[in-house]
Design a protein around this ligand. Structure first.
Ligand SMILES: [Zn+2]
Length: 387
């Protein structure tokens, strides 16, 4: 843009009230890679330096990580973290039973960890633009989002996790050559980033089983999970991962989930229908227990490879294919039962769809809700009144 025009548009922008201007800014999704924890940890290796305990314990990044870790492994406390760093500095590998944060693996080959961190740092702008490209057209126009992806070293699990405003990637289980897992990493960061965007823009639904008090809230919990995980799986480009030739273990894990779910997608739709019907028919007092059972089967990686994610991803893909991306983005912002009802309306009867028990359950939740939230508003020839 010529400079005079830029000045003119700056002057025009200044004349528009801030609230109205919000929508006119182009959507911006900005990701940076934060290597500070990883670099600090790796600098300690065999240094014999004193660990700055106060600094570690007061770091909000470390605190948030430990909060998440303790939910997975009770022994993963701040004390254990500090002990792990001391062992690193002293060049002393803890015995296996005591190595909660697996610092032994770092001591065994610190160069490997340094190479991975360097590899990620070198490709951070590529990672950022790939994630932004995937997500920009799936969020409301004008969305402004900025977030750092923190490289977690030491850590003991695989993949990524979110805690509060932070997002972490475990470096340990990524391939020695970061290129081998880069495609899966792009999907992971896009998926988790989309969750953060959903938290700002999606209609609120219970996200904790503790919020379930009756059948209605139990169903909202499941529909909300399917909507969030299904759309994140879809917009992150998870299905394209299947075509990536890769030697990385993390990539291969993602590919095996995708392949197995694709091979039994019809059964996945039927099983999810049965599970939603089971939640809808819960006797009084058992709503939460049933919800947790459904959660374990449908959305947990340990049983059927998070099959509920892939049903939700197919539903999102179908709505976009039949009604267009703008309509999908609109449907996603509605209460989660509308996602199911919109799919029922969009695809032909012979296509893959959730069965009658699931549709009835979605209708009952929609009926009990006050306000007008019908998906019809998202489609010009159904409701038309798009806002
Ligand atoms: Zn997710």
């Amino acid at each position: 843009m010529p400079k005079s025009l830029m000045l003119l548009s700056a002057a025009l922008l200044a004349a528009i009230p801030a609230e109205a201007r919000e929508d006119r800014r182009p959507t911006s999704i900005s990701i940076t890679v934060d290597t500070s924890i990883a670099e600090h940890t790796l600098s300690l290796v065999c240094s014999q330096r004193e660990v700055n305990e106060r600094q570690i314990r007061s770091s909000p990044l470390v605190q948030a990580q430990i909060e998440h870790n303790r939910g997975l492994v009770a022994a993963a406390t701040m004390d254990a973290y500090v002990e792990g760093l001391r062992a690193l500095s002293a060049c002393r590998a803890p015995s296996e039973g005591e190595d909660v944060f697996r610092v032994g693996a770092i001591l065994a080959d610190p160069e490997l960890f340094r190479r991975k961190v360097d590899g990620l740092r070198a490709r951070q702008s590529e990672l950022a633009s790939s994630v932004a490209d995937r997500l920009t057209s799936y969020v409301p126009a004008g969305t402004q989002f900025q977030r750092a992806v923190i490289l977690a070293v030491p850590y003991f699990s695989c993949g990524g996790f979110e805690r509060g405003e932070y997002f972490y990637i475990d470096v340990q289980c990524l391939a020695a050559d970061i290129d081998d897992d880069f495609a899966a990493l792009e999907v992971l960061v896009a998926h988790e980033t989309f969750h953060a965007l959903q938290a700002r823009t999606f209609f609120p639904a219970p996200i904790d089983a503790g919020e379930i008090g009756d059948v209605n809230t139990g169903l909202q919990y499941h529909f909300g999970t399917m909507l969030r995980e299904g759309t994140a799986t879809y917009v992150a480009g998870t299905s394209a991962l299947l075509d990536v030739p890769s030697a990385g273990a993390f990539t291969r894990l993602g590919q095996s989930f995708g392949r197995e779910n694709a091979a039994r997608l019809g059964e996945n739709f039927r099983l999810l229908t049965i599970l939603f019907g089971y939640a809808a028919a819960s006797p009084v007092g058992q709503e939460r227990a049933r919800a947790e059972a459904v959660e374990d089967l449908a959305f947990d990686g340990g049983s059927f490879q998070e099959f509920g994610y892939y049903v939700g991803a197919r539903i999102a893909a179908d709505i976009e294919q039949v009604w267009g991306r703008e309509a999908l983005v609109c449907v996603m912002q509605l209460p989660p039962e509308q996602f199911i009802l919109a799919h029922e309306a969009a695809v032909a009867a012979e296509e893959l769809r959730l069965g009658a028990e699931a549709i009835d359950a979605a209708r009952s939740v929609a009926l009990a809700r006050s306000g007008v939230h019908g998906f019809e508003r998202c489609h010009p020839t159904l409701g038309g009144d798009r806002q």
